[in-house]
Design a protein around this ligand. Structure first.
Ligand SMILES: [Zn+2]
Length: 136
């Protein structure tokens, strides 16, 4: 299904906690992006949606007014979420092999998945904060 520009959808956003009800939300598909307007929320200078997902200069941005008393929105540049920015698991492991069984790590291995050979779970390598290297 392809949604046409100008379409407005409404739905009840359920609370993530059981028994807390829901909030009516409008999704507005406009030429400037997708606007999200929860009932009772607006921006500084009018009854406009306080959340906008837009594309600018080939970048997806989340523009939001988290405070109705502030004129300027917060802008979150989403370019860090690009698949092309993903670190490869194999690049985090010495010589691109499993630390337990030494089998090559597949190019498409994802963090949280396990080595099919030995069951080792791939985890991002974080620098040790005690000044020592990994495993020391
Ligand atoms: Zn392994």
């Amino acid at each position: 299904m392809k949604i046409e520009i100008g379409t407005v959808l409404e739905f009840d956003l359920p609370d993530v906690m059981e028994g807390k009800g829901s909030t009516p939300v409008k999704l507005i598909f406009g030429k400037d992006g997708i606007s999200i307007q929860p009932k009772g929320m607006a921006v500084y200078d009018g009854d406009y949606a306080p959340i906008l997902i837009e594309k600018q200069d080939d970048t997806i941005r989340l523009v939001y007014w988290g405070d109705i008393n502030q004129q300027e929105p917060e802008i979150l540049d989403m370019s860090g979420a690009l698949e092309s920015s993903r670190h490869l698991v194999k690049d985090d492991y010495e010589d691109g092999v499993c630390g337990d069984c030494q089998e090559p790590i597949p190019d498409d291995a994802m963090y949280g998945e396990a080595c099919v050979n030995c069951g080792h779970v791939w985890n991002p390598v974080a620098p040790c904060d005690d000044g020592r290297g990994p495993g020391e």
